[in-house]
Design a binder for this molecule. Structure first.
Ligand code: F6R
Length: 356
């Protein structure tokens, strides 16, 4: 019998992924469906009425759902969404804003800091967490809590956190009708799972093929500002955390006004880069032109420019489908790199040092 290719080898997967990250990524569509009922008890306690702004406080895997929601509301929402990744809330908060504190563990010090600092404001608020100090503090203060299922790495709970947040944003009129778009988004992600899941051989699996192209390179992920910029941030985080690989995210058109002149050097670094171009069929026509130009510009400088087209009729489906595709790429890159996709030695060591 011929030996399976590295990314098709179930034994390698079993050895490198003892905590089952693959199954969690494949569970993304179910998470999207379940988020709606996770939000329901909290929604019953949240009075309707559109706030001036929706402000989400969170870090890492608990903040990214806020970026995705902002992408949705910038396109067709009714109020501004702002994401705060810091200990201190912005000075402009008012009691007309709606505050969401999102921390999967409920123990993230930046989010707890902002929670405490906003207590006297009197704004409506909600917590998204599995428990911890944050959920306990919210319950003591009479703030509704949307309780996520425990047992996942926070970044692998994006389906839960996004659809919970989307349900809240719909309820508040910040993103009217968004929760009605979740079933289609879940089906779109299901399509990505059936095309890119672990059982699909490398010869037919575009996520495995892309991971191979990215191996050994620092990865620049580019998304259009009104298109897939938030998904580029998700890809960057997943490549860092799952694959333990350097990556950064840039947006169009902004990077056209500065970063493109950086591809001159240092030459050794430029020679070890790859760029992933996250393209949305509804990108502004000038953004599409800029993507085309950028692809040939990068190639001329020896940087592979690899386009990924988001698919689906609805922009929410494209956002989540493209995020799921990136999750798979980061997973296969972890296998390629010979690392456990669930382990986070750096993040954990830092958190431990800060607790000491
Ligand atoms: C880990 C992960 C991290 C955490 C971050 C904040 O899977 O994605 O980025 O999300 O360290 O922790 P939580 O989510 O518990 O507030």
């Amino acid at each position: 019998m011929t030996k399976p290719r590295l990314l098709d080898d179930p034994r390698r997967r079993g050895r490198l992924d003892p905590q089952g990250m693959a199954a969690r990524i494949e569970g993304f569509p179910d998470q999207i469906r379940e988020g709606v009922s996770i939000a329901a008890p909290a929604l019953r306690k949240i009075s309707e009425g559109r706030p001036r702004r929706l402000v989400l406080f969170g870090m890492g895997g608990s903040a990214i759902a806020g970026d995705l929601l902002r992408a949705v509301t910038d396109r067709d929402g009714q109020a501004m969404v702002h994401v705060v990744r810091h200990y201190e809330p912005p000075a402009w908060l008012t009691r007309d804003d709606f505050l969401i504190f999102s921390s999967y563990s409920g123990e993230t010090e930046e989010t707890l800091g902002s929670f405490q600092a906003t207590r006297s404001l009197g704004a409506r608020a909600c917590v998204i967490a599995t428990g911890g100090t944050l959920a306990a503090g919210a319950e003591a203060a009479g703030i509704p809590v949307a309780l996520l299922p425990a047992g996942h790495p926070p970044r692998a709970a994006l389906g839960y956190s996004f659809s919970t947040l989307a349900s809240i944003a719909s309820h508040l009129g910040v993103a009217p009708g968004l929760s009605d778009r979740l079933p289609a988004a879940s089906r779109a992600v299901e399509g990505v799972v059936s095309g890119c899941g672990t059982a699909v051989l490398q010869s037919r699996n575009s996520a495995k093929k892309l991971a191979i192209r990215l191996a050994g390179r620092a990865v620049l992920v580019i998304g259009g500002e009104r298109g897939l910029a938030a998904v580029a941030v998700r890809w960057k985080g997943q490549l860092n955390e799952n694959a333990k690989q350097l990556a950064w995210a840039s947006t169009l058109p902004e990077m056209n006004h500065n970063e493109i002149d950086g591809f001159a050097g240092p030459k050794a670094a430029v020679g070890r880069l790859a760029a992933v171009l996250l393209r949305d069929p509804e990108d502004h026509p000038r953004i599409a032109t800029r993507f085309d130009w950028l692809a040939s510009y990068l190639k001329r400088r020896g940087v592979p420019a690899l386009p990924v087209w988001a698919e689906g009729d609805d922009s929410v489906s494209r956002l989540l489908g493209c995020a799921a595709f990136g999750d798979f790429v980061s997973y296969y890159l972890a296998l390629q790199n010979g690392v456990d996709p669930s382990a986070l030695p750096g993040v954990e060591a830092l958190k431990k040092a800060l607790r000491a």
